[in-house]
Design a protein around this ligand. Structure first.
Ligand SMILES: Cc1cc2nc3c(=O)[nH]c(=O)nc-3n(C[C@H](O)[C@H](O)[C@H](O)COP(=O)(O)O)c2cc1C
Length: 208
């Protein structure tokens, strides 16, 4: 393991649970492998522009205008960060049953035809292969089982978008019931951190 890209996407800044878990995981990666190169991209604190009529061609067509060229250059930079990473870590808060709009905008910039995926005779083919991903999902409620499971529009969407780029080896770690009070928050953070510690120990040992 040599390079990890950490994408955080909470609107809650210092109070964010997903940021807190991602930060502890980043510290753990550094402790296990002091040589690891960590790149942090916080699209929650520093949102990317949405794709709109004036810039969308920069990502999904031919860049001609200044706005389109700016969108293409940003997309190129974000894809370069992803391409250089062996491990992608995404911290994803659940907002309105899905991912945050800031994280969606990151995907809108990195899912790029002929760059991160292409259509071949055999159908769509992801081009960002050979990576592992960890997704930290923070939720106020509980979606792992029971009646609310059908309302989870976060995990399948993330799996689909990562898979479309060829990132199929994804470990999901859920921190749930965060709206159930401080004890529930601490329990969820502890359980998620334990799962991530195990992942870090196993992965970095394997890579050594
Ligand atoms: C705008 C907004 C929408 C939310 N929608 C949901 C939701 O649909 N389901 C849920 O379980 N929690 C929801 N929550 C609660 C968050 O998932 C929870 O606070 C979680 O901790 C957010 O992660 P963060 O602390 O890293 O921002 C919402 C929170 C916000 C701010």
């Amino acid at each position: 393991m040599s390079t990890a890209l950490i994408v955080t996407s909470s609107a809650n800044g210092e109070a964010s649970v997903s940021n807190r878990i991602a930060s502890a995981f980043t510290d753990r990666l550094r402790a296990i492998d002091p040589a690891i190169h960590i790149v942090e991209r916080d699209v929650g604190a520093h949102p990317l522009p949405h794709l709109a009529p004036e810039n969308v061609a920069g990502v999904r067509g031919e860049a001609r205008t200044d706005a389109e060229i700016a969108a293409r250059d940003l997309s190129d930079a974000l894809i370069a960060e992803l391409d250089a990473a062996d491990l992608l870590v995404i911290a994803s808060p659940m907002y309105n049953f899905g991912i945050s709009s800031t994280l969606k905008s990151w995907f809108d910039h990195v899912l790029r035809p002929r760059v991160t995926f292409r259509y071949s005779e055999n159908g769509p083919e992801g081009l960002m292969t050979g990576k592992k991903a960890v997704v930290i999902e923070s939720r106020g409620g509980f979606y792992s089982e029971g009646p609310a499971a059908a309302m989870d529009g976060q995990e399948a969407h993330l799996r689909n978008m990562l898979g479309f780029m060829g990132i199929a080896d994804v470990t999901f770690v859920r921190a749930e019931k965060l709206g159930f009070g401080p004890d529930a928050v601490e329990a969820a953070v502890a359980a998620a951190s334990e799962a991530l510690d195990s992942f870090a120990a196993a992965e970095l040992k394997q890579a050594a």
